[in-house]
Design a protein around this ligand. Sequence first.
Ligand code: C2E
Ligand code: MG
Ligand code: MG
Ligand code: MG
Length: 288
Amino acid sequence: RAKADGRGRWTEFDASMHERVRDRVEIELALRHALTSGQLRLAYQPIVELSTGRLVGAEALIRWTHPTRGPISPTAFIPIAEDSGLISAIGRWALDQTVRQLSIWRRGKLVAEDFWISVNVSPRQLRDAGLPGILADTLTKWNVPNTGVVLEITESVMIDASSVTDQVLFDLRRLGVKIVVDDFGTGFSALGYLRRHPVTGVKIDRSFVDGLGTDAEDEEIVRAVVAMSAALKLTVVAEGVETPTQQNVLSALGVVVGQGHLWSAPVKPQEFTERWLTLEESIPDPEN
Ligand code: C2E
Ligand code: MG
Ligand code: MG
Ligand code: MG
């Protein structure tokens, strides 16, 4: 695994087993504190229509800035949050923040009626039978339609789905919330898994987007995912779009929506508002 950033020693690299264990314990303690002391924030990455660049949604991505160690990548602390059970509280916080943010943007008429925000949900959260109820209450509290939230799950959830997880997914879907499979293609899920679970879409992993324009195999994989999604009536989003070539190849292959550094990295809510929501064409007036 590549080093996410050069900061600190809180990475999984070059550390002895002993150091790694100590780091995990330290991170867990610090994370517990981070949640209650406002060190966690959500950044938002625009999701756009590939052919026009028009904003259609956003993905909420968690950010942790430690007061002395600086930014810590979610790829380093989310697994620890999962193992320790902290993910339940963090996940609830992230859902509440997301819905609140959407409510603010909607009330200010800064986003279209059908603008959505997707939130990453970890397998452990989906084993909590209370999740659908909590989400329903959150949506009611902030007066946001259920269709405004998309949950991103991992392929592993479908593969080792327990009966609780199955019920939770079903209840979420019945609530009207959309469910997409993140990093699609990196796990081992087959068509059958997609059919058996109430998912509404897939997000093509950026490892397949990477080689578009240079790697014929990546192109074939994306082509296959598009065909499969059409057959199963699933939506498709491409992640990690960095170049105009990738954008064009994706469009040519029939992928309509994507996100990536070509448009923007995840940014703070205020920057998102300034850069994406203050153009005239993005202020719809539902009365007219
Ligand atoms: P993910 O959900 O697959 O998110 C996409 C990751 O790709 C994000 O990394 C994003 O910043 C990055 N990315 C976006 N566009 C580009 C691009 O054009 N090129 C490249 N190279 N990268 C791009 P990030 O923010 O570090 O998050 C990493 C992972 O951590 C996420 O992967 C997700 O699995 C997890 N995560 C983040 N926030 C949350 C959260 O609130 N809850 C849970 N359970 N997991 C989270
Ligand atoms: Mg995601
Ligand atoms: Mg992803
Ligand atoms: Mg990913």
